[in-house]
Design a protein around this ligand. Structure first.
Ligand code: FAD
Length: 531
């Protein structure tokens, strides 16, 4: 037959095909022809040239017709398989239940679709994607079956390779000693590893990656978008993560972007790509703790020195204050005697003047001996970090007296512009006072509450205890020099004076909360640092 000349229907429906099939096909040809103006031969040729292996069988799967593609896929020419059963293609590696399912379905006049292993004429196995459609006669009974199949081996291999690669990537990422997540352009996690999954429950954050993304965007500002646009990475950005009930943890974040060709059908011609971020989170809490320990040691030394200097200052100021009182009385007596201009008391006046002089000298000597405090610079500070440090400095006392600590830091607190050292001394003083007050009262439980908060203008810190509290009439006096509520105290009552002085130096405010009845609560506010 010439390639371009359409064969007559009779050529196909000739002596080779069984009568019943010929009748069926002729009827089908009439039906199609009545609906379609196209000659029936075109349909015949379409089947013959279709790029899918097509076979027509009788009810028992005896092959009556195969097209060209069938020969190409199976290796069998039409004359080699005609009158053979389709099982000529079967391979033992196909489970029996596949055939049972196939036959159960097509026997019920339903279409079956599935995959099975076929054997090529040369013995090679291939994966066949097979669809079998029952052909019904005029009585509605199955007269023949049409089988259509494709060799799926290459597709299957490619799919398996993708699966294997995915599994390999997952295994490798799961073995990584760091948490890792891959995020798409909408900040959705599309891939993560075991350590990242563990963080979800550990950090009390719904999606840890989103939490770190927010911190990174805030910290990096415009640099974030720049890095993203140029597919440049960032590395080792460290963040402290507060947790509600457990101790804080530190993470070092690194990331790099990569782009991947889009896979949606509508991007087939446009060659679009998608951008992904690989975010890695390394837990550096241990290293940070070691650094913190060292830092704490040096802080302790610094604070001890500071306390020594302050206690010398306190003692000297106290002594000067003590001397100043009788000196004032002597001065008054001297003025009275001078007004009398009585010669009889001249010698007494001289003695008083000498006492005055030596007194003034003593005060001047003491004044010269007052050690000065080390100067400090003003820096943007995170109150959470500072308070956490001060709590650690007081840890020995807190632990030994079994004091409960209720630590409530506000996440993402803006900075305060201040002197690190002075603010540390301030809070240490308040915490020490709180512990002293609770020990004195002996209330159970002894609870120290430290909290931070902020609004658009101010940053707040509060230190509360469950001690005896300060009586309302004494609340304004506690910030006066040498005032102490402690009867048995050897201290000069300068602690809160110093606290107030430091607060003033930071343009802050301090008050004792009148609403708090369980003990004493100091509320401190500092202006927000805006750079
Ligand atoms: P078989 O003994 O042939 O069949 C296994 C089981 O199937 C039997 O135990 C029986 O329960 C059931 N069964 C078999 N014949 C019938 C029947 N006439 N009526 C009801 N139940 C029956 N198989 C392939 O492996 N590859 C193919 O590409 C393929 N294409 C097919 C295309 C068509 C149109 C049809 C109708 C069948 C096709 N088959 C194909 C199925 C094939 O006929 C065999 O059933 C299958 O290959 C298993 O062969 P077997 O010799 O191992 O077992």
């Amino acid at each position: 037959m010439e390639k371009n000349a359409l064969p007559s229907l009779e050529n196909y429906l000739g002596k080779d095909l069984p009568d019943e099939l010929t009748v069926n096909l002729k009827n089908l040809a009439k039906t199609i022809h009545s609906k379609q103006p196209l000659p029936f031969q075109i349909f015949i040729e379409a089947v013959e040239q279709a790029p899918i292996a097509i076979s027509i069988t009788d009810k028992k799967a005896k092959i009556l017709y195969v097209n060209t593609e069938f020969s190409r896929v199976t290796g069998y020419q039409a004359e080699e398989v005609t009158n053979e059963n389709e099982s000529i293609l079967s391979d033992k590696s196909t489970p029996r239940n596949v055939y049972y399912d196939l036959w159960r379905t097509i026997s019920k006049k339903k279409i079956w679709h599935g995959q099975l292993i076929n054997r090529h004429k040369l013995g090679r196995r291939y994966l066949a994607d097979l669809t079998i459609t029952p052909m019904l006669n005029a009585d509605g009974e199955v007269s023949h079956y049409i089988g259509m199949h494709r060799d799926l081996t290459d597709v299957y291999q490619a799919e398996q390779q993708v699966k294997n690669q995915k599994q390999l990537i997952e295994s490798v990422t799961n073995l990584l000693p760091i948490a890792m997540a891959v995020l798409d352009e909408y900040d959705q996690v599309v891939l993560d590893n075991h350590l990242y999954k563990a963080l979800v429950s550990d950090l009390d954050k719904k999606e840890p990656a989103l939490y770190f993304l927010q911190l990174l965007r805030e910290e990096m500002g415009e640099l974030w978008q720049e890095c993203k646009d140029h597919l440049q990475g960032f590395s080792q950005r460290e963040f402290r993560v507060e947790r509600k009930t457990k101790s804080a943890r530190w993470f070092s974040c690194s990331g790099s972007w990569f782009s991947e060709a889009a896979t949606q059908a509508d991007t087939f011609f446009s060659q679009e790509s998608k951008r992904y971020l690989i975010l890695t989170l390394t837990d550096i809490t241990k290293q940070r703790k070691q650094l913190e320990e060292l830092h704490l040691q040096s802080l302790k030394l610094m604070m001890t020195e500071d306390v020594r200097v302050r206690s010398i200052r306190e003692t000297l100021l106290g002594a000067m204050h003590q001397i100043q009182l009788p000196m004032n009385q002597i001065r008054a007596a001297e003025q009275i005697l001078q007004m009398k201009q009585d010669e009889q008391h001249n010698s007494l006046l001289q003695i008083l003047q000498q006492i005055q002089q030596s007194g003034q000298q003593a005060i001047a000597t003491m004044q010269n001996c007052i050690p000065s405090l080390a100067p400090t610079s003003m820096l943007p500070l995170n109150l959470n970090l500072l308070l956490h440090e001060v709590l650690l400095l007081s840890d020995v006392r807190i632990q030994s007296y079994a004091i409960e600590v209720d630590w409530r830091p506000q996440q993402q607190l803006p900075s305060v512009l201040g002197s690190e050292n002075k603010l540390r001394i301030l809070f240490k003083q308040l915490i020490d006072n709180a512990i002293d007050a609770m020990l004195k009262q002996g209330t159970e439980p002894m609870r120290l509450t430290i909290a931070t908060a902020c609004d658009e203008e101010w940053i707040y810190a509060c230190v509360a205890d469950t001690g005896p509290g300060i009586a309302p009439d004494k609340r304004s006096k506690v910030f006066e020099p040498f005032y102490t509520t402690r009867q048995d105290s050897h201290q000069a009552g300068m602690g809160l004076v110093m606290v107030k002085e430091i607060i003033d130096q930071h343009q802050g405010l301090i008050e004792i909360d009148n609403q708090y009845k369980q003990g004493c609560r100091f509320k401190i506010s500092f202006p927000y640092f805006k750079n």
